[in-house]
Design a protein around this ligand. Structure first.
Ligand code: SIN
Length: 325
């Protein structure tokens, strides 16, 4: 397999991508996304890409994950992933095996210590929200598994059976958030570290004891992993693109090290408000057979709980990431 650095450095991958928006203009107006290879439109026969918003995200057509991808398609997929952060690929039919095979393009799948994987496929979490219940998995802003020592780098989520309307996922660019900060605040934040833990999100008292007792559609395992704490930099540098982003999120970031609780709460609240401004987001509307692939290293996301009457069944694989620096 071609290493990611080589793909990005070579630039060839980008010329395999056909990029346009509804009005035929290039979608990348912002500074966070790299320039297009050589023109407003780059064309080949492989992929069609349509931006989801001005900030991040793209819908791609021309891929079939039920068959092995060609080298060119794989390179284009990875290049688009690093450019847009979240990719939406529709009309796929993934089995658990083909889901894992797709995930392995991005690294080694994680096995989650709390949300239990499927018996035959421990890397795959079945995210089922039955009709008539409230959704509770991923329903506030977060970066997947930032409470791991090596947080998940990438998530591959497959929409198996989704409501006709509702249950969208919203994404926010933490690179854009970083860019919006003033220079003095950037200097202040740069050396800081923050404590991340699953203790609020996964505590049985907040998330519901039934998930730990096998009485819910999604099943959790009770262990010390819920209460462990790890420290990560508040600002991280992406290991592939070299770009900086904020790396704090309301679900898992507990406190900034060295600040008082009041100072930390105030600063985190300000950073969370800033980084989830609509201008920094895109919204993915699911259909049965949609695959979303996103980069947790520079994105946060939020699963919207607005479909109480309907079932939603997703399958999720995350990729073991690197220690943030
Ligand atoms: C997640 O937070 O990984 C799940 C997102 C979703 O269900 O839309």
């Amino acid at each position: 397999m071609v290493p990611l650095f080589a793909l990005l450095a070579g630039g060839d991958a980008l010329t395999n991508v056909r990029t346009w928006t509804r009005d035929g203009k290039h979608p990348e107006r912002g500074r966070a996304l790299p320039e297009a290879a050589d023109s407003e439109r780059t064309m080949t026969t492989d992929l069609h890409i349509r931006g989801l918003s001005g900030a991040l995200g793209a819908e791609i057509s021309g891929l079939d994950f039920s068959r092995p991808l060609s080298d060119a398609a794989r390179a284009s997929l990875l290049a688009a992933f690093h450019r847009y952060g979240v990719l939406c690929i529709r009309d796929q039919k993934l089995t658990r095996d083909s889901h894992i095979a797709l995930a392995k393009l991005f690294g080694t799948p994680d096995v989650h210590p709390i949300a239990m994987g499927m018996a035959e496929h421990p890397e795959v979490i079945e995210v089922r929200k039955p009709a008539g219940e409230r959704a509770s998995f991923g329903t506030s802003w977060h970066s997947d598994n930032s409470f791991f020592e090596r947080p998940s780098s990438v998530t591959i989520l497959y929409g198996d059976s989704v409501p006709a309307v509702g249950g969208d996922t919203v994404y926010a660019s933490m690179e854009r958030a970083w860019e919006l900060l003033s220079e003095p605040l950037k200097q202040f934040l740069m050396p800081l570290r923050a404590i991340h833990s699953a203790r609020t999100a996964f505590d049985p008292r907040t998330t519901g004891i039934e998930k730990y007792e096998g009485r819910a559609a999604i099943q959790y395992a009770y262990s010390d992993a819920i209460y462990e704490e790890v420290e990560h930099p508040v600002v991280r540098t992406h290991p592939v693109t070299g770009r900086k982003s904020l790396y704090v999120n309301p679900m898992f970031t507990q406190q900034i090290v060295g600040l008082s609780k009041a100072e930390s709460d105030g600063l985190l609240a300000m950073l969370h408000d800033l980084s989830t401004r609509p201008e920094l987001t895109c919204r993915l509307r699911w259909e049965d057979g949609t695959v979303a692939i996103w980069d947790n290293r520079w994105l946060q996301h939020y699963a919207i709980d607005d479909y109480a009457d309907f079932e939603r069944l997703m399958f999720r694989v995350t990729i073991a990431g690197e220690r943030p620096v």
